[in-house]
Design a protein around this ligand. Structure first.
Ligand SMILES: Cc1cc2nc3c(=O)[nH]c(=O)nc-3n(C[C@H](O)[C@H](O)[C@H](O)COP(=O)(O)OP(=O)(O)OC[C@H]3O[C@@H](n4cnc5c(N)ncnc54)[C@H](O)[C@@H]3O)c2cc1C
Ligand code: FES
Length: 271
């Protein structure tokens, strides 16, 4: 059940170039949020921007988390792209922020602990929303494909490596990993996938990336869930500003914020 609540900024700082990390103390949401769900954050105290902005939660620590010092925290990793995220960089320790969450459906998860072949594919900031899956999927049986335009856009590599995940990287300019897109990288590994095994793919990234993935993931032994990025007004299903076309016969237009953001990749109609 989404809550409209208040959190307190604990830390906010730059990781590198346009990328920042924000720690918020908000036990009410930290206790509930599941992988793939998101929050709508009021990024500044004044009126502009009026609309809250959607963010995935990179890490969350419910109040019974074994790491006692982090209990109640939500961590958001964000990229400064426009006026809202610019204002967000000015949030200071101790400042109160308004949040709505957890929102959206989240990923459908296998039973714990997962023993299958799990693959994460993240383009740009998309990798951030996939990290929270590692608690359920474990790190060891996880292959992680990370892509970005250039090496400065490649995020979270050390966090995945700490979990002993296999990490593969692609950059469009070839400055790190293979030259190409993360989807090119994924398909270059095709020979390593076995016909008689099942693979669960969890993907998040820009529309172009997901579209390219959808065109090619036609293998029967792959199931693919994708978290969609869309511009959002309300974030909770009221404004219909975030619709996506699907092949559901009764309700072809679905709201990314409420019916998603996670969809079966094969259900999306790419236009
Ligand atoms: C479910 C969900 C989870 C997200 N999680 C994260 C996250 O963890 N970290 C993060 O940095 N960003 C995330 N985003 C994207 C983030 O919401 C936008 O970057 C942010 O709203 C931009 O606000 P702004 O005012 O700075 O940009 P604006 O001034 O509103 O726009 C600046 C530029 O960014 C583009 N843009 C704005 N919003 C989006 C969007 N939703 N999708 C694609 N392009 C957009 C605009 O087209 C424009 O080119 C997420 C989006 C969604 C829908
Ligand atoms: S953002 Fe309002 S319905 Fe999705």
């Amino acid at each position: 059940m989404p809550l409209q609540t208040e959190g307190m900024v604990v830390k906010n700082g730059r990781i590198k170039s346009l990328y920042f990390i924000l720690w918020i103390y908000c036990p009410a949401i930290a206790n509930q949020i599941k992988p793939g769900q998101f929050v709508m954050l009021k990024v500044a105290e004044d009126r502009a921007p009026l609309l809250r902005r959607p963010f995935s939660v990179y890490k969350s620590y419910p109040v019974d988390h074994p790491e006692k010092r982090k209990r109640g925290y939500l961590i958001i990793m964000y990229k400064r792209v426009g006026k809202g995220t610019q204002k967000m960089t000015a949030l200071k320790k101790g400042q109160k922020v308004e949040l709505i969450g957890p929102l959206g459906n989240g990923f459908t998860l296998p039973p714990l602990p997962s023993s299958g072949n799990n693959i994460l594919i993240g383009g740009g900031m998309g990798i951030v929303s996939l990290f929270s899956l590692t608690e359920t999927l474990g790190g060891r049986n996880l292959s992680v494909f990370i892509g970005g335009k250039t090496r400065g856009d490649i995020l979270c590599v050390d966090d995945f490596k700490k979990l002993n995940s296999k990490v593969l990287i692609a950059t469009e300019d070839g400055s790190l990993g293979i030259r190409g897109t993360v989807v090119d990288l994924f398909f270059s590994q095709r020979k390593n996938f076995k016909r008689n095994e099942k693979y669960s793919v969890y993907a998040c990234g820009p529309v172009g990336m997901l579209k390219a993935l959808a065109k090619n993931v036609t293998l029967r032994n792959f199931t693919c869930q994708a978290s969609l990025e869309a511009r959002m007004g309300c974030g909770f299903g009221a404004c219909w500003g975030c619709v996506v076309k699907t092949n559901h016969s009764k309700t072809p237009y679905q709201r990314v914020c409420k019916d998603g953001p996670v969809f079966r990749l094969e259900d999306i109609v790419w236009e």
